[in-house]
Design a protein around this ligand. Structure first.
Ligand code: NAP
Length: 471
């Protein structure tokens, strides 16, 4: 199969007579569910999709990545829910690919597998002191406030007055905002109660956000920046000299610069407005430090400070150190320098990009050949970039490739065995959509009991099993 192959018309009204193509999607985040949607939305190739997840709960980062106070973004779960309720889509929770179910098992049960497992771990900064207590990966912190069942709810100690958040992406802004908000401001969100209790005892007063490049190169976006600047109890400090940039001096001849410039200009405008506002002595502060990169986390037994080097771009726009250093006296460092994919058992993996090598969604082996029946979608395909909506077109592209291959995938394939039969041979405690609805109800009931918002995350495997009636 090559890229020159004609694309299938996904909206074609001509249904086929053949038995359905059975597809397993690994991962029930936006990429996985949008793939199931694109596969079942068309009628030319009959398809049945099983969406599998390691957790008993679907929606991936919509549930365990989007910050609790970003309720509007979380609303996308309503769209994703409709896909899981489609008659040709089945949600199977509590099944871990690689241990509960292998690729070999799936070749008995399905014609094709789409890996949509995202990017579950943090990238490393690669500096001394990174593993000291008090140096925390943003992924762990996000998992904690989002009530991911793997997160130990009691694990964070927020007893430092000053915290550094390294990175200038939207996750860094999420983390800074949650640290700067009061527990009362988060009370009506779905944040787990133990996390809310800990935040109510937090001693954090100043959050330093460190960007190794300048305001024009920051990866965060204007709506998230605006959120931060609108916090009533927080002084956001931007140094005027760091945002005093004449855009006329910035080249426009580079490809793609105009697009980048639009987002960057929006950020710069907001940062400039903020730089003009004098701090009002509010209880908490968020300070932006552009052109600042971490050099070493200082401390004997735990984080006592962060030594940084100041930076600039050289004439070829490469990041270089100026040799000028200083130390921020922080008691916690949150590393928010991007997410990375995790290799999947029996699936090719590109260690550099931390993604699965692919072409138009078809997995490629080490020699560049297509791995029959294997596809990818979302962050494990293209890296941890873009917003939730980006996954829709990404997943549709993968679905197009898969549907174009339908005849090849079915040719000579034995009659698929039922997934339930294979899983019952292995004996994991499988969850289903009804089980998720019970967890959903338990979270709404908990919110009512605690007199909080619409939902409070249960958090923890034990609480899930209890809600499923297996505890
Ligand atoms: P990101 O957007 O890739 O940002 C990572 C940041 O870390 C960049 O500023 C990068 O700087 C910096 N960085 C990388 N390595 C570093 C190092 N060794 N030392 C210091 N700084 C380093 O990643 P993210 O914030 O994790 O976000 C992931 C994706 O999720 C993004 O697409 C984001 O937009 C999305 N997201 C969206 C929302 C939302 O829409 N509300 C919320 C959260 C996440 P350089 O640019 O210099 O490499």
């Amino acid at each position: 199969m090559t890229s020159s192959e004609p694309e299938q018309n996904l909206e074609s009204p001509e249904p086929e007579e053949a038995a359905p193509l059975r597809v397993a999607v690994i991962g029930s985040g936006p990429a996985g569910i949008y793939t199931a949607d694109a596969l079942t939305r068309q009628r030319r190739v009959p398809v049945r999709v099983d969406v599998l997840d390691r957790l008993y709960t679907p929606y991936g980062l919509v549930r365990h990545g989007v910050a609790p106070d970003h309720t509007k973004i979380k609303g996308v779960a309503r769209t994703l829910r409709r896909v899981l309720e489609h008659p040709d889509v089945t949600f199977v929770g509590g099944v871990e690919f690689g241990s509960d179910l292998t690729r070999a098992d799936l070749s008995r049960t399905h014609h094709a597998v789409v890996y949509a497992t995202g990017a579950a771990v943090d990238r490393r900064m690669g500096i001394p002191g990174e593993d000291l207590p008090g140096s925390v990966a943003a992924t762990d912190f996000v998992n904690w406030y989002c009530g991911h069942p793997d997160s130990e709810l009691e694990r964070f100690v927020l007893d430092a007055e000053e915290v550094a958040v390294v990175g200038a992406g939207n996750v860094a802004l999420d983390v800074a905002r949650i640290l700067a908000k009061t527990a009362e401001e988060l009370r009506h969100t779905d944040i787990p109660q133990p996390a809310l209790d800990l935040l109510s005892r937090s001693r954090v007063r100043t959050v330093h956000v460190l960007a190794r490049r300048g305001p024009l190169q920051a990866r965060f976006t204007a709506p998230e920046l605006r959120d931060l600047m609108g916090l009533p109890g927080v002084d956001v400090v931007v140094r005027p000299e760091q945002v005093d940039i004449d855009l006329a001096d910035v080249g426009t001849d580079r490809p793609g610069f105009r697009e980048v410039a639009k987002a960057s200009r929006a950020n710069l405008k907001l940062l400039r407005e903020q730089a003009e506002r004098a701090p009002r002595g509010r209880p908490r502060r968020i300070e932006f430090h552009f052109w600042t990169r971490p050099e070493r986390i200082v401390g004997a037994e735990a984080v006592e400070g962060l030594r940084v080097e100041h930076t600039r771009l050289d004439e070829r726009e490469r990041l270089v150190g100026t040799g000028e250093t200083s130390t921020l006296e922080v008691g916690m460092v949150l590393r928010s320098v991007g997410y990375a994919g995790v290799p999947l058992a029996g699936v090719p993996f590109d260690e550099r990009g931390r993604t699965v090598p692919q072409q138009e969604g078809r997995v490629l082996d080490g020699g560049g050949g297509v791995v029959r029946g294997d596809y990818v979608a979302g962050w494990i395909k293209r890296g941890a970039t873009g917003v939730i909506g980006t996954n829709k077109s990404d997943a549709a592209a993968t679905a197009r490739s898969l549907l174009a291959d339908a005849d090849v995938l079915r040719a000579g394939a034995p009659e698929p065995v039922g997934l339930v039969d294979v899983l019952s041979e292995r004996g994991p405690t499988v969850g289903d959509y009804e089980g998720w609805l019970r967890i959903d109800e338990a979270e709404e009931a908990l919110a009512a009991e605690l007199d909080r918002g619409a939902r409070v995350k249960l958090g923890g495997w034990e609480a899930y099993r209890k809600a499923l009636g297996r505890g």
